[in-house]
Design a protein around this ligand. Sequence first.
Ligand code: F6R
Length: 263
Amino acid sequence: MEIIIQPTPEAGSIIAAQIIAKFVRTKPDCVLGLATGSTPLATYRELARMHREEGLDFSKVTTFNLDEYVGLPPEHSQSYHAFMDEHFFRHVNVPRAHIHIPDGMACDVPAECARYEAAIIAAGGIDLQLLGIGTDGHIGFNEPSSSLASRTRIKTLTQRTRADNARFFGGDLAQVPFHCITMGVGTIMASREVLMLAFGKNKATAVAAAAEGPITAMNPASALQMHPVVKCIVDEPAAEKLTRREYYRWVYQNKPIWQQISG
Ligand code: F6R
């Protein structure tokens, strides 16, 4: 896992956007896996700016979101359909038909999950998966103790994740759904590349356990240690508990020119 430590979330988000933009320019018909939550917001803003001002073209890109709440219709302001539209899709030119988000209103949830997995395969698999990380180490909504081989399925959110996400529901915990449909850890691991972002002190324990702890279902992000191409961009507070942080800085400062990240 390559850890890239940046002074601020803004600086980290610009690098994340540069990595995604480079990917899109190199492979215009790439398949991107996308995340919601606060963490990727500045990355989406920067990608939208690149689209507007630099002509970054998403017209051949296909996207698959990690997850959706069960029971929230797409028009609900806190559904991940609405989130993605507000923060990304309405600002760029990904064709509507290329956008995939699990259907949280599906009557037959297992069938919806199987359909979603099949759609990822039919699109040729995910080239680059963008991730945040929960304070408990979840990726997607794969909470601790999730199978590391899991595929898209229904999961029950922990009370901690519901409490973490209550801020999006006006602070009203009662409004936060209990269930979601999420790509599994195995689905995420099947992506060709992974880009994980973590900002803020409250992510430091989860990040250290994911990058330097044992591989364990108790921190689903730790499965990424077994993935061949993972970049993890963190700000200083999120990097605080990494024992090898000076080495990670050293590696980033001394990258061979051909490996350096630029627009
Ligand atoms: C979002 C997702 C979650 C979040 C995680 C962090 O689609 O799958 O894993 O990435 O809960 O959320 P934030 O970024 O709000 O701290």
